[in-house]
Design a protein around this ligand. Sequence first.
Ligand SMILES: Nc1nc2c(ncn2[C@@H]2O[C@H](COP(=O)(O)OP(=O)(O)OP(=O)(O)O)[C@@H](O)[C@H]2O)c(=O)[nH]1
Ligand SMILES: [Mg+2]
Length: 356
Amino acid sequence: MNQQTKNKSQIELIWETPRTAGAVAIGRLNSIDVAALDALLCELMGRTQGEKSAPTVGQILHANFANIDDGLIVRLSETSAFIMPHGGPRIVARIDAWMRNHGISEMNDAVPANVLNDAIRRSQLAYPEARCFREALALSAISNAGSSRAIPLLLVQPKRIAAAVARGWVADANSISRAQRLAQLLHPPRIVAVGAANVGKSSLLNAVAGRTVAIAMDFAGTTRDAVAARVELDGLVADWFDTPGIRMTNDPVEVAAQSIAAKLRTGASLILEISAPGQPCPRIDSDVPRIKVCTRIDLDPKCNSVEARAASVHVSALQRTGLVELACAIRTAMICDEDLSSDEPWIFHPDLIATK
Ligand SMILES: Nc1nc2c(ncn2[C@@H]2O[C@H](COP(=O)(O)OP(=O)(O)OP(=O)(O)O)[C@@H](O)[C@H]2O)c(=O)[nH]1
Ligand SMILES: [Mg+2]
């Protein structure tokens, strides 16, 4: 390994913002090697080092990032700098790729979870404002959390875990499964809507997202691909997949889409079985938890149909009714109220227990 590559491998890039669409993304570059960080910033900005120097401490510059995007660079200290491009996931992915090509590691990729001392050193470098390693882990989790509901919970964990560990608390099966459910606040779960053709699945996604994500039309077979949108459901951010209606078809595009939809169902955290009055949901064989939703309830307001009576949630995408109840039912199915209100520690990272 030559000296330059070796030095660059000591620079790490940590994205402080979730990898979702946003106005601005914030990435923090940390390095114990000041010269290596100077060189990287010059290269990123297309400057020749020496000819024009790297940003100095306290300087805020408008810069071009390797012809990928433009944005701000803030030199926080000799050993760290913020890069702030526009917050499109594609821009962030391209800057990541550029960094990887230049030998830069991402904090989470680079540290094996069991190398605790290394992890502590890196977190102190990344979060100098944290008073202890657990606080640094909480700040890191907050910066990448998908759901805002995670933030108040994460903020109280460092103290809560320290107190619990001091009194000899040990995680049991219940606390482990609660932690798995709460992890969905950090990593958006996948929700897959299924149902017969033309019941109103795409219209429902559009109503929940508040914008046109999927094409909705009055003929069966409109959706011919799995379309997804990131939506917020009672404070839980989730990826909602709209799938083609289940029906017999010879159309090769729809057949391929049906097979993608079947794979999506397998990896789903929750399935929404969508029916409409007089249009039952076909049988779906799957162990994934499910909620029965009857849409188009404006056509059966008294819930007389078999489908309406079998469903636990009733919505109308057309009249925008039942959407709050649906969001609440989904959030509760994934993370119940007790999970959120419990005073028990939430072990959101394995290193929380192994340290002080
Ligand atoms: N009355 C009423 N009509 C609705 C409602 N939701 C959807 N529709 C209508 O139902 C028809 C089908 O809607 P889509 O959302 O395309 O249905 P889909 O289940 O996605 O259809 P496929 O993609 O073909 O499987 C459209 O004409 C919609 O306007 C509703 O809440 N009430
Ligand atoms: Mg559709």
